[in-house]
Design a protein around this ligand. Structure first.
Ligand code: 3PG
Length: 401
């Protein structure tokens, strides 16, 4: 499927044309604290696509999101614009608008090579509602913006698993291409797909429902030989397998994760032999036994680090998404660092802002085989079709073939 998509979807050279107006959907959603971007890997990656288009004389209209309404990191994209400008090496005009007359007027008056960035697309409530491409093509966003541009370039691999208007709506109504990031990611995915029996998946982080789904899909489809689990996901899974003390139970309830414990139990019943959970964790009070948890751990424990590292050494490809612990607290960084070090000696594929940041901090980023701009998207793309890819294939059939 991916190889087929790669052969059908035109790459950026087909869309980078002088004087053409191009809407480019990138994904620069980044970890942010006190209005500071903590990891700018996605910005650096997309800078190349933007430069290629602008250097060719295209008029580039950037569309992106940050966070989700209601979350702390749901902010304006102005800070992203400042950094992107640095990496592209050209000035970018920031427009505090998305589809209003002010934005449309600015777009209509662009010169060749100009780059503008529109405000956080998730300010439009319709953007966070997922739906089929034809319906997304009928949203305000697509109906207002598409007539002001010639092409759509999708480069936001990290958001390719969301069937949202800015992802799947535009390809339905205009000729579309994949950007440089998207092309690289799909090429790496298809390599892993061909070598899936040699692949180990390591899942961590705090996005529990998505991770459980991704683990299930990966195992359902035989996409990995084994899955190692760390981070909050492993706490939920360990809770499904063993006795949970009252404090941990209260924590899980407060986080809305009790139903996830149930899902994890079902998953372990089906795939217990393929999923490796931590034997021990670390907290401020010391080592915790995973079979009798009553404290929220900060990291995986030493015995687990040794066991995971040994398993990693047996695989050719190691896909890591999400950290093993609370990496923002230095005393809980060891698990993530050691797992990344072990993986960097294999063909490691890492994804997700926090994982990339960790690899940088651990000093192994340059030894990573493929750094993906999307953690969860990468994992999902291994096991299910990406809405963005399907939309781009359909678009190619409609407008290019
Ligand atoms: C991500 O960082 O995972 C993507 O930008 C998608 O964001 P979302 O999970 O809020 O849809």
């Amino acid at each position: 499927m991916l190889e087929h998509a790669l052969s059908i979807i035109p790459n950026i050279s087909k869309c980078s044309k002088t004087s053409k107006k191009i809407i480019v959907r990138i994904d620069i959603n980044s970890p942010i604290k006190n209005d500071k971007i903590l990891d700018d890997y996605r910005l650096r990656a997309h800078a190349r696509t933007i430069s290629i288009l602008s250097d060719a004389g295209s008029r580039v209209v950037i569309l992106a999101h940050q966070g989700r309404p209601g979350q702390d990191d749901f902010t304006s994209l102005e800070i992203h614009k400042n950094l992107l400008e640095k990496y592209v090496g050209k000035s970018i005009m920031f427009i505090e608008d998305i589809i209003g007359p002010y934005a449309l007027n600015k777009i209509d008056n662009m010169e060749n090579g100009d780059i503008v960035m529109l405000e956080n697309v998730r300010l439009l409530s319709e953007e966070v509602v997922e739906g089929p491409p034809e319906r997304q093509a009928n949203t305000w966003l697509v109906r207002k913006l598409a007539p002001h541009a010639d092409y759509f370039v999708f480069d936001g691999f990290a958001v390719a698993h969301r069937s949202q208007p800015s992802v799947v709506g535009f390809p339905m109504v205009m000729p579309s291409c994949m950007g440089y990031v998207m092309e690289r990611e799909l090429a790496a995915l298809s390599e892993i797909w061909r070598n899936r029996k040699l692949t180990l998946i390591v899942v961590g982080g705090a996005k529990v429902p998505e991770s459980l789904r991704a683990i299930k899909e990966a195992l359902d489809k035989g996409l990995a030989d084994k899955v190692l689990v760390g981070g909050l996901v492993s706490v939920v899974m360990a809770s499904a397998r063993s006795r949970v003390g009252p404090s941990l139970r209260q924590f899980l309830e407060g986080m809305g994760l009790l139903s996830e414990v149930e899902r994890a139990r079902t998953l372990l019943e089906s795939y217990g032999d393929f999923i490796v959970l931590p034997d021990d964790f670390r907290s401020r009070s010391g080592t915790l036994d995973s079979s009798n948890l009553d404290e929220v751990p900060g990291d995986i424990g030493d015995a687990t680090i040794a066991k995971f590292s040994e398993i990693i050494a047996n695989y050719e490809y190691v896909v890591i998404t999400g950290p093993m612990g609370k990496i923002e607290e230095p005393e809980f960084f060891a698990g993530t660092r050691r797992i990344l070090e072990a993986a960097s000696r294999r063909k490691a594929i890492i994804g997700g802002g926090h994982t990339i940041l960790s690899a940088e901090k651990a000093g192994v980023l340059d030894k990573i085989f493929h750094v993906s701009t999307g953690g969860r998207a990468f994992l999902m793309a291994l096991s299910e079709e990406l809405p963005a890819v399907n939309a781009l294939v359909e678009s190619a059939k409609r407008f290019w073939l």
